[in-house]
Ligand binder design. Structure first.
Ligand code: KG4
Ligand code: ZN
Length: 340
């Protein structure tokens, strides 16, 4: 008898992207992301506005995903949703929707840790069967707006944090520096674009001194702030006239800091399977520098749309949990803070 396929609906709503994805036996059928422009005017995510926008976006986004996948809602085997970490109001929209959907459709409910999802994004298969995932054990540099971690992964569910930031995340450093440079929100990708036109060696910023495999980015933020203040006193057009070089120099410093600790982790563990995950893995300099690692290690860089927040990564984590029958219950409550 032919086994029926496992079809997972994934829901992601931890920050300011409302996303729904459908995976059939681990293969991607749809991954819809609704961004929220409402935050642009405020130069950062406003939690209350994010929750309201999720509330408006969630049903149309799920509807689009189901239509794009060419399935009907009765075909869905289980629903997987982000239960944390993230903004509590935003998480509540995705979790409440998912609970209601599971109840109405009489299907299992699966909770997913957002950071776990970023890591397992490497296991999403394309519809034509293309897949390129790291072998266990592998190291994953997980870099997002809220996290910067080096994680050792021994199987789909066994993960150990070897090092992490003691203050700001790398994405936060990109965003905060972009704000100082008067770049619109979201700053990271815009800073990256400008950096590609600039000289990365023009300005030097100091590296943090942190024990172990840990990171720190708050010192860099302060040193850029003082540097800009000093230069603006001499020339009020300093930022406008040097924007590309400033962006390139800051970007190079952040990527240098990220890779120094990653190389240390590779040396300490002897693991040669290396992956990146999280929104900052969309950064062009980080991708370029990691690609040059290729001759010594196997490097895995996810497709662009699986780097920033998306529901496909939640659905693939849901798929592996479904295989283990690891389901949750209606009384589950999302949590703003959660370790991988
Ligand atoms: O994983 P993600 O989409 O959301 C969180 O879970 O935080 O990551 C968002 C972060 C933001 O800080 C954003 O500025 C950064 O990723 N980011 C980038 C780039 N694309 C997104 N940072 C640098 N260069 C990029 N190209
Ligand atoms: Zn994320």
């Amino acid at each position: 008898m032919q086994q029926s396929p496992i079809i997972i609906l994934g829901i992601e709503s931890s920050c300011d992207d409302t996303s729904a994805a459908i995976l059939k036996d681990g293969k991607i059928l749809a991954n819809i992301v609704a961004n929220q422009d409402v935050h642009e005017a405020y130069g950062g995510v406003v939690p209350e506005l994010a929750s309201r926008a999720h509330q408006q976006n969630i049903i149309p986004t799920v509807d689009k995903a189901i239509k794009k996948a060419g399935i009907s809602k009765e075909d869905i085997s289980a629903i997987a949703f982000t239960n944390g970490p993230g903004l509590l109001g935003s998480l509540l929209v995705g979790s409440s929707f998912s609970k209601a959907f599971a109840l109405a459709m009489k299907i299992p409910l699966i909770e997913v840790n957002h950071m776990h999802g970023h890591i397992l994004a490497h296991f999403i298969e394309e519809i034509d069967g293309t897949k390129n995932h790291p072998d266990f054990p592998f190291l994953c540099l997980t870099v997002s707006g809220g996290h910067t971690q080096i994680v050792k992964i021994t199987d789909h569910f066994k993960m150990e944090i070897l090092g992490e930031t003691i203050d700001d995340a790398a994405g936060e450093a990109f965003d905060k520096v972009a704000k100082m440079l008067n770049l619109p929100y979201p700053g990271g990708p815009i800073l990256d674009k400008k950096a590609q036109l600039g000289n990365p060696n023009r300005f030097k910023f100091t590296h943090p001194k942190v024990p172990g495999l840990n990171y720190s980015f708050s010192g860099l933020k302060t040193s850029v702030l003082y540097f800009l203040k000093k230069e603006l006193q001499k020339d009020e057009n300093f930022i406008i006239d040097n924007i590309n070089d400033i962006c390139a120099s800051v970007q190079k410093t952040i990527v240098d800091i990220l890779l120094i600790e990653l190389k240390k982790a590779i040396k300490e563990t002897g693991i040669k399977e290396i992956a990146i995950a999280g929104g900052v893995s969309a950064n062009s300099e980080l991708r370029k520098r990691l690609a040059s690692f290729n001759k010594d290690y196997n490097v895995y860089i996810p497709k662009f749309e699986y780097c920033t927040d998306n529901a496909a990564m939640i659905a693939i984590t849901g798929h592996y949990k479904f295989l283990q029958q690891d389901f949750t219950h209606q009384s589950i409550a999302p949590s703003a803070r959660m370790k991988v």
